[in-house]
Design a protein around this ligand. Structure first.
Ligand SMILES: Nc1ncnc2c1ncn2[C@@H]1O[C@H](COP(=O)(O)OP(=O)(O)OP(=O)(O)O)[C@@H](O)[C@H]1O
Ligand SMILES: [Mg+2]
Length: 310
């Protein structure tokens, strides 16, 4: 089995379309929809695949929509461990209004999992003994306990795997309290993790250092949207700015970034190179429309520019 695994408790089918104009009451003619499998860890595994690596995606899947979801994963050649569930996999809708270029993202509630189902997800992660990296990413659906990422952190420690978490709110808090290898919060997630309403740019490094000293993580990669990212470890910190790029849609930027970081780490690159590649991948994702993830050629070109100092 591959040495990277991702776990996603709330996968979804992302249905993207565009419309001439959003008008209430009238029938609106939509463009032919594009269907993609989505959800945090699903996207991270797909991004790694697009970059030339391989990650095993572990996820629950149920009903007819689940069967279709599995088919989409097969089409993308992502190795999958599927936990069959009783409830239907959810579908999200993303609509681009051509008249304004505004994008509307309608997210359906996560599919409820039973205790047996989420336990099976944990067991599937635990069973892959030689995983080098375990990535848990995304929101938690109803039925799943908020400390599930803390439970996974323990499994990762027992299996000697590096655990990377990209989530928000209480699920993130629990994971940090258990201690993980890497956290990838955005600025909003970091400020709520630190219990602050607002973060000053100068505070970010000290907050991250404090969390590292408290054992919440070994490495923090704080993503800052158009401003790039900050890498903080016990001994160093670096700000990585993205080169200029034409932005189309920021959907999938965070997941592409995590995919890029882990792909590079799995190749034995340094933390700085990995987060630089992550920024390149995140920015490469913003160059594509809708939910499309980064393209390897864009990511590699942006990475070369970052290495040159833009
Ligand atoms: N407007 C932008 N211009 C250039 N690069 C961007 C932009 N937005 C995001 N990125 C790139 O993507 C990376 C991750 O983006 P961001 O900080 O928005 O993550 P996020 O909030 O976790 O995103 P997501 O909504 O996908 O979860 C950034 O570090 C940066 O490299
Ligand atoms: Mg994110």
């Amino acid at each position: 089995m591959a040495s990277i695994i991702t776990i996603t408790f709330s996968p979804c089918i992302d249905k993207s379309t565009s419309i001439p104009e959003l008008i209430p009451e009238k029938k609106i003619r939509c463009a032919v929809p594009k269907l993609e499998p989505g959800g945090g860890g699903i996207n991270v595994a797909r991004a790694i695949q697009k970059l030339g690596g391989s990650a095993v995606a572990i996820f629950p899947s149920g009903g007819y929509t689940g069967k279709f979801f599995n088919h989409l994963m097969e089409k993308d050649n992502v190795p999958s461990v599927i936990i069959e569930t009783g409830n239907e996999t959810r579908e999200n809708i993303i609509v681009l209004d051509d008249s304004t270029n505004n994008q509307y993202r309608f997210g359906m509630p996560g599919t409820r999992l039973t205790e047996t189902e989420w336990q099976q997800c944990l067991q599937a992660v635990e069973a892959i003994k030689n995983a080098e990296f375990i990535i848990a990413s995304g929101s938690l659906p109803p039925g799943v306990p908020l400390n599930i990422y803390a439970q996974l952190a323990k499994i990762a420690k027992n299996n000697h795997a590096k655990f990377i978490v990209d989530t928000s709110g209480e699920a993130l808090q629990h994971a940090a309290d258990e201690g993980v290898f890497m956290l990838k919060p955005n600025l909003g997630e970091l400020s709520s993790l630190a219990g602050k309403t607002e973060l000053q740019p100068d505070d970010i490094k000290d907050i991250a250092r404090g969390m590292i000293a408290a054992g919440k993580c070994e490495v923090m990669a704080i993503s800052m949207g158009a401003a790039g990212a900050m890498l903080v470890t016990r001994d160093m910190h670096a700000i990585i700015k993205p080169p200029p790029a034409e932005r189309k849609s920021t959907v999938g930027a965070g997941d592409s970034m995590v995919g890029g970081i882990v792909f590079y780490l799995s190749q034995g690159k340094s933390l700085l190179e990995a987060v630089q590649y992550g920024v390149a991948c995140g920015t490469a994702a913003t160059m594509n429309t809708g939910t499309e993830l980064c393209k390897k050629e864009d990511a590699d070109r942006l990475y070369a520019l970052i290495r040159e100092g833009n």
